[in-house]
Design a protein around this ligand. Structure first.
Ligand code: GUN
Ligand code: ZN
Length: 441
């Protein structure tokens, strides 16, 4: 699918170079009002001001021009569950009851390969429509759920990470595996998919309450044997969950310690939520180089709590954004950033629009240890990008006209934006999605 010839894109271009927490705002990004991106065989060859770069190219070269829009790197979703796509917006429960009532029965359906394939395709359509080009994704306990996911991702040339759920207790019989079967199945799936095209494998214990010590030990054994695999799980999402973990693992010094004792906290470990962490936990995460997936819409929806982004920043723990579908309420990372902003307001912390966009792109890439490949437009990186339409809705169009700065425009896109704003999506330079024109004027 990769095109050999050059592809040239012209328009407003924005990408992040650093975490705004580490440098001044203006050093954290690059912005070209009239920018040009040159893509060769799916990889960014050069980026810069259009007049300057065009002078280096043949005069008759084809240029794809995007007007009234902003070109940004594809969004990165650091945690979600594809088998929960159909139970988004399930009413009335907090985490543990929500799992029992909605998530587990829905996941049971993924023993059926046909169902897995159908939902995987729908899920990727939905990601792309929302401008998400890379994600770290939960399958179910069933191997076929992961095969279906990776087959569909491969066919679309997407950079995706997924894994089979490990769950040997505190779950319905129909969703349980065993320490040995989970080890063997994960190993086999990792051998089959990890490193194939743009795909990678994550060992995926659901969370500490649904894995015995024996199962976590087996997960640790596999990670030790193959340290380039990922570890993907949940951590400290709700208070009752944290209490439950304390009761189940009385010898552990903290929830994170339950995972760390089994060697599960590495630079390729991603922990979803991390709302109710101790200071020591942040410190250990930093020491191990592990990352946090911040899931604002989910945390509000389940009433789980308000993530302490300032503390993660202070303790230099990597953070990426995540929708956590199906507890999250939108596939859109723009909507997710809108809720992130509001959560930080409630905590008395101002989340800047540049930091937000960083979290949804380069910050996500760093959290997934993929920043050598994606996350911004540095030459050599993969050309996954989205074109955001300033005129996507009448209200956005009107509001943007009043914006005086880039920062303000980006903020407005985040607060008012959703899938309607995503006009084009390119994977390795190739357009895979183009939104139909606005019908309401
Ligand atoms: N903790 C354990 N499993 C889940 C899940 O499926 N969703 C969320 N939000 N939290 C979990
Ligand atoms: Zn989750």
């Amino acid at each position: 699918m990769v095109i050999d010839k050059l592809q040239i894109f012209r328009g407003e271009i924005f990408h992040c170079l650093a975490d705004p927490a580490d440098v001044s705002d203006d050093k954290s990004y690059e912005f070209f009002q009239d920018g040009l991106m040159i893509v060769k065989s799916g990889i960014v060859e050069a980026i810069g001001s259009a007049p300057e770069l065009l002078a280096t190219l043949p005069a008759d070269i084809h240029v794809t021009q995007y007007t009234n829009s902003l070109i940004v790197p594809g969004f990165i979703d650091c945690h979600l569950h594809y088998p929960q796509t159909e139970i988004i917006a399930a009413y009335g429960e907090h985490l543990l009851e929500w799992l029992e009532m909605y998530a587990f029965p829905a996941e049971n359906e993924f023993s059926d390969e046909k169902k897995s394939r159908e939902i995987a395709e729908f899920f990727f359509d939905e990601l792309i429509r929302n401008g998400t080009t890379t994600a770290l994704v939960f399958g179910t306990v069933h191997r076929q759920s992961v095969d279906a996911f990776f087959s569909a991702a491969k066919a679309r040339c997407l950079r995706m990470i997924c894994g089979k759920v490990l769950m040997d207790r505190n779950a319905p019989d129909y969703l349980r595996d065993t320490p040995v079967s989970s080890y063997l199945d994960s190993k086999e799936l990792a051998e089959k998919w990890h490193g194939v095209d743009r795909l990678r494998y994550a060992i995926t214990p659901r969370f500490a309450p649904t894995s015995s010590d024996e199962q976590l030990a087996m997960a640790g054994k596999l990670l030790k044997e193959q340290p380039d695999l990922y570890l993907h799980t949940h951590l400290a999402e709700s208070k009752s969950e944290v209490q439950w973990v304390q009761n189940l693992f009385p010898d552990s010094t903290s929830y994170l310690d339950v995972y760390d004792r089994h060697g599960l906290v590495t630079k390729r470990s991603v922990f979803a939520h991390c709302i109710h962490l101790s200071d020591d936990d942040y410190e250990l995460m930093h020491k191990r180089g592990a990352g946090i997936a911040f899931c604002p819409t989910s945390n509000l929806f389940l009433g789980s709590g308000l993530f302490n982004l300032a503390e993660a920043e202070r303790q230099k723990v990597k953070v990426g954004m995540a929708t956590d579908i199906g507890a999250g309420t939108s596939f859109s990372l723009l909507q997710t950033l809108s809720d992130a902003y509001k959560i930080q307001q409630l905590r008395g912390h101002q989340l800047s629009p540049f930091k937000s966009l960083y979290l949804a792109t380069l910050g996500g890439a760093r959290t997934l240890d993929l920043d050598d490949l994606i996350g911004n437009f540095e030459p050599g990186k993969e050309a996954d990008f989205v074109v955001l339409d300033y005129n996507a809705t009448p209200l956005l169009s009107r509001r943007v006209k009043r914006c005086k700065t880039l920062k303000e425009r980006i903020f407005v896109l985040q607060m008012l934006g959703d899938d309607r704003v995503v006009k084009h999506v390119h994977i390795l330079g190739n357009e895979v999605y183009c939104r139909k024109g606005r019908e309401d004027g």
